[in-house]
Unconditional design. Sequence first.
Length: 158
Amino acid sequence: MTIAVGDKIPSIKLKYASDKGPADITTDEIFNGKKVVLFAVPGAFTPTCTAAHLPGFVVNVDAIKAKGVDTVACMAVNDAFVMGAWGKSQNAEHILMLADGNAELTRALGLDLDASGFGMGTRSKRFAMIVNNGVVELLNVDGVALEKSSAEAILAAL
């Protein structure tokens, strides 16, 4: 079942690239007591994700935070090394780049995608959500095209 507006984000451990290597961070640390925009992509360094999805948030991160958002986070079913490298290559230093390497959070949210036909295994659907103190306030899920989960769509919703 897919997470819905009004649901609480499940408590799961993710990874991110720190100066000392991969580090753990829990969803409780990310979301509790904060307003967070979380967007997810099918894969780091993939065409639409790299050309449009992440860059839209890089360009709009300050405007999003000016609307009262504490954290903007990008998640993919990739490892922390890949997410760190992708973030650096995209100048995403103001975005928390989250690795859901085993798709644990992605599956718990019900937003997993079978991309095995492309040789990519389990991935995340393209989505964006606004989460306030751990509770989903808005969930926009896209199909193939980048529309509802774009930075511009989230900024307009804020």
